[in-house]
Design a protein around this ligand. Structure first.
Ligand code: ADP
Ligand code: MG
Length: 598
């Protein structure tokens, strides 16, 4: 069956989709569904808010937290305490709760997120446990009995913390949260978060402050949980520690995984499935087993294992593909061009490397290497395996710290600066092993390179106030892709590209930062003959446009073909440097390479 064109068009329009979802929510509230189903969905809304935060934090950002229930607790307890004991209005306490949540999340995040690996999950477990016992032991919070008599949320004289009005309040907030997250993911900040998950090294090289972004998503997830806690306190009209313990923290994560932790809508799917499953099991299991008890926990455990094994992307990976996708509109074509930095004049020294040295314990990987690059030059860095080329590359780009020596870029000393600061000054790089966000389009991947040329915040992206800048960033990405001859592949998924186009895409991404110097780490590795020819064409063209390039490369033919000057390394030292002809004729270089081949 095919739908009429205007209806199809409407179905695929992002804004129309959102209005439709919102309208369905309101229709449900006024429809004659039994109150039981309204109550069920009210609980589901409370869960969904927390899981939305987990989608951002865990599904997109790759950081696992078992402690979200504790943030729900902070929102709930703050509001309960301030309304009951201080007589504050719930409309004020929601902000008090958000404030206390933000301070706690920043402290916990600041301490744990600088450590890598499993510290965050462990720390969030400790955090969840300690907050639970704190709530249970403080006299002021009523110990394990909690706080009773929490007042309702009033809109004038209308109690909106129960039944259908609460449904509209809670689901209104859930949908706002969904839309805000969808907006955030489709923005400069969203790309930065995804890049951070793909590779911290790559994200930093594109100018992303990864620690700040980690703390940022941890904060946003905590704030979502806090709002859920505020709603919960006034919906239940009482709070006690048990819904905010570690068990619930694990359950939130369970719901997120079940729904599909990588999908924003999956958050709601996971909450719905869990609630329905729980209800059914509570009725069914005692009948089957003949006894009552919390056997549903065991079934949940089994379901989780099965989901992780057979459907690791969750239920939404099945459901989502049947829903109409919002259409991508290329609305950036007439966007304002980004300002460009002043470029060095042809022949000016861009990079000056003096006596750089790197020691790894007892091994000196790079011994007092010096060379320089002038604007409009392609300088090759070659040498047998283990000669110290990659280490030199990393010393120049700021990935590794120098043991001694200096690196000057456009006349300023840059040694000691973090790689994102060096990127900010106009040095941009590619990677020996391509690092990209495979599930995003080529255009979006390349736009990541323009990260430092935008300054819209996460909040303005959530509110969709970043569109003018976003369009300029996308237009720049499209321009750079056209520059290297990939203008036809903008909307392809990056992960589906062959190796050659992937490497070219990385060059376009590096160009997007408006660099004065490009560092390319083995751009020809793994390329077929035709792809190599395309690469040579691009390098020549870039040089003719005045770009300076440092090229670390294995492929001799390519190096001899495109470079103006070559630095040959062996065992960490500079064997010689000169023009391609001089290098080719050097007996030393031949000996080094022959030695390698033996
Ligand atoms: P190339 O890129 O020329 O093949 P590298 O710069 O990768 O060479 O390595 C130079 C030497 O330094 C090698 O002996 C390598 O084993 C050593 N090396 C590189 N990185 C490290 C590290 N992080 N720790 C210890 N040794 C290293
Ligand atoms: Mg190497």
């Amino acid at each position: 069956m095919t739908l009429p064109t205007p209806l199809q068009h409407w179905l695929h329009n992002a804004r129309a989709q959102r209005i439709a979802v919102f309208a369905c929510m309101l229709l449900y509230a006024v429809s004659p569904v039994p109150d039981f189903w309204i109550t069920q969905l009210n609980y589901i809304a409370l869960y969904s808010l927390v899981i939305l935060g987990l989608v951002l934090l865990t599904g997109i950002g790759g950081l696992t937290s078992f402690g979200q229930a504790a943030f729900v607790g902070i929102g709930a307890y703050t509001s309960a305490y301030l309304t009951v004991n201080m007589g504050w209005s719930p409309w004020l306490t929601v902000f008090a709760g958000l404030f206390i949540t933000a301070v706690s999340a920043l402290v916990v995040g600041w301490i744990t997120l600088r450590m890598s690996g499993h510290y965050l999950p462990l720390a969030t477990i400790a955090w969840g446990l300690s907050l639970y016992y704190l709530m249970g032991n403080l006299d002021a919070l009523g110990k394990y009995d909690g706080i009773q008599g929490v007042p309702p949320i009033m809109l004038g004289s209308w109690d909106i913390s129960q039944g259908r009005s609460f449904f509209v309040l809670a689901w209104g907030l859930v949908l706002l949260g969904v839309f805000a997250l969808l907006n955030l993911l489709d923005s400069r900040t969203g790309r930065a978060i995804r890049a951070m998950r793909a590779s911290v090294l790559m994200a930093e090289a594109m100018g992303v402050d990864t620690l700040r972004h980690k703390i940022g998503i941890f904060l946003i997830a905590a704030l979502f949980a806090s709002v859920s806690g505020w709603l919960f306190a006034h919906f239940q009209r009482t709070v006690n520690p048990s819904p905010f313990g570690l068990k619930m923290g694990i359950e939130y994560l369970f719901m997120a995984v079940l729904g599909g932790v990588g999908y924003v809508w999956g958050a709601i799917g996971g909450a719905v499935l869990t609630k329905l499953l729980e209800d059914q099991l509570q009725v069914l299991l005692p009948k089957l087993l003949g006894t009552s008890g919390s056997y549903e926990v065991i079934v949940f455990g089994i379901v989780l294992v099965l989901v992780l094994k057979y459907l690791p992307d969750g239920m939404w990976s099945l459901v989502g593909r049947w829903l109409p996708k919002p259409e991508r509109v290329d609305d950036w074509q007439r966007a304002a061009l980004l300002p460009e930095r002043s470029k060095p004049a042809l022949g000016e020294t861009v990079l000056e490397v003096t006596d750089i040295r790197k020691q790894f314990g007892g091994l000196t990987a790079v011994k007092d290497i010096s060379f320089h690059i002038k604007a409009g030059q392609i300088v090759g860095l070659i040498g047998p395996n283990g000669a110290g080329k990659s280490t030199t590359f990393n010393l120049v780009s700021g990935v590794l710290g120098l043991t001694s020596g200096t690196v000057k870029f456009r006349g300023e000393t840059i040694s000691g600066l973090p790689s994102r600061e060096i990127a900010n000054r106009g040095m941009s790089r590619t990677f020996q092993h391509v690092k990209m966000i495979p599930e995003m389009t080529v255009l979006e991947n390349v736009a990541l390179g323009a990260q430092l040329r935008g300054n819209q915040s996460a909040l303005s992206s959530m509110l969709r106030l970043d569109r003018a800048e976003e369009q300029s960033l996308l237009r720049e990405a499209a321009r750079q892709l056209a520059r290297i001859g990939m203008g036809h592949a903008l909307h392809e998924q990056a992960g589906n590209l062959a190796m050659g186009p992937q490497r070219l895409m990385e060059i376009a991404r590096a160009l997007c930062s408006d660099p004065s110097l490009l560092l390319l780490d083995e751009p020809a590795a793994g390329l077929r003959h035709k792809e190599k020819q395309a690469l040579i064409g691009v390098l020549r063209q870039l040089r003719s446009e005045g770009m300076s390039i440092l090229l670390v490369e294995h492929d001799m033919d390519l190096v001899m073909d495109v470079t103006d000057h070559i630095v040959v390394m062996e065992f960490g030292t500079k064997l010689m440097d000169g023009t391609p002809e001089q290098v080719q004729q050097s007996p030393q270089v031949r000996a080094a390479y022959l030695g390698m081949e033996h």
